[in-house]
Design a protein around this ligand. Structure first.
Ligand SMILES: NC(=O)c1ccc[n+]([C@@H]2O[C@H](COP(=O)([O-])OP(=O)(O)OC[C@H]3O[C@@H](n4cnc5c(N)ncnc54)[C@H](O)[C@@H]3O)[C@@H](O)[C@H]2O)c1
Length: 315
């Protein structure tokens, strides 16, 4: 079985991925600085290095471990922080990623699977659900950073033969998602409702998102591992990973109150500046090429998520 390095393996999505890879018998090395990730998310069978992806000492890990494949999931994921401090955000997301790419080139890594963001890359779109060939108009430094790495990956493939798969994720939710940060609306609402607190909806609540359950997300990442990485000018190995279903924040809120059994009315506050009105991904390309499609309906995914939060809530 292959030696695989997962950056961000103590985070929300990365830790689920590590569990699945280990379940399949792979040898997994995790690199994470625990800035948002948690040690308790880490599978005990993974070898762990607590280190920043920007650190030049990463080269020693590459030399020692000689991974065949990298799942690059570590990132500064907070859109608002990227707006407030674009330089700090780019240091992690761009320079940190380049540090990994340079080491991958030197140590003969075969393939990188990159966690990009469909929500952040396209911006407001003319076509919904949005396909991969839609023009990218990111509205935040975070989105620009993700797009930059996609372009670097293409460069490393072309010039250095390093294979890659880019996965443009929709809005991912599920167990272990941080309920305190920005962005994880399912986690934030669920946590508040279970604590009998009033969640805040910013704007009208009519803004829509494409909510994908974390198990389905990880399934797409696993399918990319087996994928040969063939690409042509017209078809780069870049895939949207979403449900293609638009759900408004108000609809989501209603489902969560029904599933938690909490009759709590939300508070409405002014919309956040620059917030996207609609976001929904067309994932027909990955369905066709990698035979991936989501298995969980939104209600099923929310039930699993609520049940995890019930068991793990710290009051
Ligand atoms: N959650 C979503 O809805 C979503 C959507 C699109 C894309 N993504 C991408 O998926 C990936 C995983 O996101 P997540 O939601 O699991 O976030 P997360 O914050 O839970 O995970 C990120 C992990 O990376 C680690 N990390 C951050 N900076 C680091 C650094 N400089 N060096 C080493 N480790 C570092 C964190 O400690 C954490 O464990 C990210 O690349 C994110 O941009 C997430």
């Amino acid at each position: 079985m292959a030696k695989i390095l997962v950056t961000g393996g103590c985070g929300f999505i990365g830790s689920h991925l590590v569990d699945k890879l280990i379940g399949k018998g792979h040898q997994v090395v995790v690199v994470d600085n625990l800035s948002t990730g948690k040690k308790e998310n880490l599978n005990p069978k993974a070898k762990f290095y607590r280190i920043d992806i920007q650190d030049p000492k990463i080269s020693q890990i590459f030399k020692k471990e000689k991974p065949e494949t990298i799942f690059h999931f570590a990132a500064q994921i907070d859109v608002r922080k990227s707006v407030e401090n674009p330089i700090g955000s780019a240091r992690v997301d761009i320079l940190g990623s380049l540090n990994l790419l340079e080491n991958s080139k030197k140590q003969g890594v075969k393939k990188i699977i990159f966690a990009s963001s469909g929500g952040a890359i396209y911006g407001e779109t003319d076509i919904i659900p949005t396909p991969e060939n839609h023009p990218e108009k990111p509205q935040s430094p975070y989105g620009v950073e993700k797009l930059a790495i996609e372009k670097y990956l293409n460069f490393y493939k072309k010039i250095h033969g390093l294979d890659y798969v880019t996965l443009r994720f929709a809005n991912i939710y599920g167990p272990r998602q941080n309920s305190k940060g920005e962005g994880g609306v399912v986690a934030i609402f669920t946590d508040k409702l279970l604590h009998n607190q009033t969640p805040t909806i910013y704007g009208s609540g009519n803004q829509t998102r494409d909510f994908l359950f974390v198990e389905d997300t990880v399934d797409a990442a696993l399918k990319s591992l087996a994928y040969g990485g063939l690409s042509s000018v017209n078809s780069l190995p870049i895939y949207n990973v979403g449900t293609g279903i638009e759900t408004s924040v108000n609809e989501l809120y209603k489902l969560l109150t029904e599933e938690t059994g909490k009759d709590i009315k939300p508070k409405y506050a002014p919309a956040k500046k620059g917030e996207q009105l609609r976001s929904c991904l067309d994932s027909s390309k990955i369905k066709k090429s990698l035979n991936w499609q989501p298995k969980y309906s939104l209600v099923e995914g929310l039930r699993e998520t609520i049940s995890w939060f019930r068991k793990n809530q710290n009051s």
